[in-house]
Design a protein around this ligand. Structure first.
Ligand code: ADP
Ligand code: MG
Length: 724
């Protein structure tokens, strides 16, 4: 087996469990040490500058340019004292990852070297971003993009570089990133939720969104990864026969963490702690080679920024451990994929979790008001929310038997469902009696509703006691792409809720009665999306369609949901995206989809023609030599003696021929699709014709893997990639 695979396997076997970033002392002594936190800020700048940053964080107010110099200088001093030599604006372009361009602090003044960092450089940077996808926005507006400091998130040091969390916008102010619409949606939700919260507690000034992102990922040994062109270029295997044993026995899930992986986890946690990321949970996931980590939840902007940063840190730390972290949603066919469960809740500035049931009827009335508003918002925009999680990579996962179904539904748990049913049927009681009965019922809602026992993993959007968990979000995604849709949908719904209650109050109705009536109305309107059964069942797929829900059957078609009038209205009314910004986003999504699939199809063709077929032919020759030799020695008896070999030769020849022909058709089909001027049509052709052919090609290649001598097979196999 003197091939690349053999060398890779030997290299992988030599990689050991080892710590590289062990810190002395408890975590609390170094937590956040690389973050320019408010406490540190106070040390490095005047009270006035410090206040300006805090106000900007709270209210979004612009920071005076004259103070920017001072803030920049404080940041530079702090960073250079800690060994930083460069700075960068770190932003979140529409590709879904992060982008950075490093600039040195070094400057020469009259020939003398010194460190310099001015307010202008802090506030704004032009990353010459002409090659970032922008969906035609910058052409339309003839404006280049620039990144601007977002003071909501603190700056930090990573790899001797001061990183400044930033937004990315065009000169005319259009959002070119994931962060801007998310910030706008947080504002819209704050306004709408505060108004409703005040119906119960007049002192509420703000409502914030809390998010906890569970991050699933795969680990693969670096040497094996490098021996797979598909993993290298597509982050997923485009061919590969399933392993005889993978996750059937569920022996990996929550099992003992392999020591090499545990060393990696501890190391990236240490680095994350220094960056102020409060990681709390780590465990094995369902698939072999799959793991998960989750931080303690925090304010949404911080949570999302930290998740993006965590993904960078994990990849960097993995290098030391000769590992590759794979965030792709479905790197291996046949085993579970990876998600980024987005736990989402709302909290008042008075400290109340609005999705947590309380002890009194009044508190539960508030809880129910917010609960039904969320569910109704999710129901109204179920198609858009599902579209928001769509990407090529997540499409391989969604709708799979282990993953959230590709149609939206909300799971509430049996206790709440019972309450809802009772609320909707005040069985012939007089109105006053019905209100009293309902209030009594609400008062008896247990303080903590579903326990972990009452979980439905088949729902893409499940209530888990004091928060909702959006499970359809993909592991590689920027969670903001989904949260800005969710925040906007809930903001719109809460606004509607408030208007309807106010209208009743204006007519002189009692508050409890008015609230109950609107809660009931919302429950009825949200009914289509509420589902407690098995989301994987065929009946539900049919039932969902009957209820008017829109399953994602095709990703490029799902992208079109953003263009629907209802969606455009939602984004306009909430101020989250303008019509041209929406258009730009859809264009980028389509283009990214096509490009990624084009890369996958090319890699598939390459792997088949240059790796699979040559290996198959080599083995075929071995068989042929054996058959020939047998004939020389045994005469006609060879036909009997070599029956199996002859049969294998025929099979191999059949698959090789099919493979060659299908790869050729694949190339032609792709070229035909590329000639389509209309982007939605091109994306659709890729998602149907090209995809079907890719599946066909894969089948022949995987069949050959089962026939060809293991010693000749050039690519690391699933059983080698997946187990530690
Ligand atoms: P599980 O796998 O059981 O869903 P985990 O502990 O892996 O739970 O992750 C749950 C995530 O939800 C954590 O990030 C946690 O901090 C977060 N979370 C808990 N309560 C809330 C809340 N009220 N709002 C938002 N996120 C929350
Ligand atoms: Mg969870």
């Amino acid at each position: 087996m003197a091939n690349f695979r053999e060398k890779a396997l030997q290299a992988a076997a030599a990689h050991e469990a080892k710590r590289y970033f062990e810190e002395a002392g408890p975590v609390s002594t170094y937590f956040g040490q690389n973050v320019f936190s408010p406490e540190v800020m106070r040390e490095y700048m005047s009270a006035q500058a410090y206040e300006a940053v805090l106000t900007a964080r709270k209210t979004g107010e612009k920071i005076d340019r004259s103070l920017a110099d001072e803030i920049a200088s404080g940041m530079k001093s702090w960073a250079t004292e800690r060994g930083a030599t460069h700075y960068t604006h770190l932003f979140q372009p529409l590709t879904g990852s992060t982008a950075e361009k490093h600039e040195a602090f070094l400057s020469l003044e009259d020939g003398a070297a010194m460190e310099n960092f001015k307010g202008n450089a802090l506030v704004q940077q032009e990353p010459d971003a002409s090659s970032f996808p922008n969906g035609g926005l910058r052409n339309t507006f003839e404006a280049r993009g620039y990144s601007a400091w977002d003071p909501h998130s603190p700056a930090f040091i990573l790899d001797e570089t001061l990183c400044i969390p930033s937004v990315f916008v065009s000169y005319t102010g259009e959002a070119l990133d994931m962060k801007v619409p998310n910030l706008r949606s947080i504002q819209a939700l704050d306004d709408a939720a505060t108004a409703v919260a005040r119906l119960f507690e007049p002192d509420v000034r703000h409502v914030r969104v809390n998010v906890g992102l569970e991050q699933e990922y795969f680990l693969v040994d670096e040497a094996l990864y490098n021996a797979r062109p598909d993993l290298q270029l597509c982050s997923r295997t485009v061919i590969g026969h399933t392993s005889a044993k993978d996750q059937q026995l569920s022996d990996h899930y929550f099992g003992a963490i392999p020591s090499r992986v545990a060393a990696f986890m501890k190391d990236f946690e240490t680095q994350a702690f220094k960056l102020g990321i409060p990681l709390q949970t780590r465990h094995n996931e369902v698939a072999p080679g799959q793991f998960e980590c989750a931080p303690v939840f925090s304010e949404i902007t911080t949570a999302i920024d930290q998740n993006m940063l965590l993904m960078i840190v994990m990849q960097k730390v993995a290098e030391k451990h000769h590992l590759k972290v794979i965030f792709h949603e479905k790197p291996f066919q046949g085993v579970n994929g990876s998600g980024k469960h987005c736990n989402w809740s709302m909290q008042t500035d008075t400290g109340v979790n609005l999705l947590s049931p309380g002890k009194t009827p009044e508190k539960n009335l508030r809880f129910l008001s917010f609960y039904v508003a969320v569910v109704k918002g999710v129901c109204r925009h179920q198609d858009l929310l599902m579209a928001s999680v769509c990407s090529l990579s997540n499409s391989y996962r969604l709708g799979g038997h282990e993953a959230p179904p590709a149609v939206m539904s909300v799971f509430s748990g049996s206790t709440l469902t019972h309450v809802f049913q009772s609320l909707l049927q005040p069985e012939g009681l007089a109105q006053e009696a019905a209100v009293k009965k309902s209030i009594d019922l609400i008062g008896s809602l247990p303080e903590i509703i579903p326990d972990n026992t009452d979980r439905n993993r088949t729902s893409p959007f499940a209530f888990t006691g004091n928060r909702f968990e959006f499970r359809a979000v993909g592991a590689s995604a920027n969670a903001a792409a989904s949260t800005y849709v969710l925040n906007a949908a809930v903001a719109e719904s809460l606004k509607d809720f408030q208007a309807r209650v106010e209208e009743k109050l204006a007519r002189g109705e009692a508050k409890d009665k008015a609230l109950l009536a609107v809660i009931r109305a919302f429950l009825e309107e949200a009914a289509p999306v509420m589902f407690e059964g098995n989301g994987y069942s065929q009946e539900w797929q049919r039932e969902a369609v009957r209820r008017g829900l829109s399953p994602v059957t095709n990703v490029p078609l799902a992208f079109q949901t953003f263009r629907k009038e209802k969606s455009v209205e939602l984004f306009s009314h909430t101020g989250v995206l303008t019509p041209s910004e929406i258009e730009a986003r859809v264009e980028v999504q389509e283009e990214t989809y096509v490009k990624k699939m084009q890369i996958e199809a090319r890699v598939l063709g390459d792997v088949c023609l240059n790796h699979v077929i040559p290996a198959a032919v080599t083995y075929q020759n071995v068989l042929i030599r054996n058959i020939q030799g047998s004939k020389e020695i045994f005469g006609e008896e060879y036909l009997h003696l070599c029956e199996a070999d002859i049969e294998t030769c025929r099979k191999i020849a059949g698959f090789i021929n099919a493979l060659s022909a299908d790869v050729k058709t694949l190339v032609e089909t792709r070229k035909k699709a590329n000639r389509m001027e209309n982007m939605p049509e091109r994306a659709y052709a890729y998602s149907t014709e090209v995809k079907t052919l890719m599946d066909k090609v894969r089948e022949s290649a995987d069949n050959l893997e089962m026939l060809v001598d293991d010693a000749l097979w050039p690519l690391p196999k699933y059983r080698e990639l997946l187990f530690f």
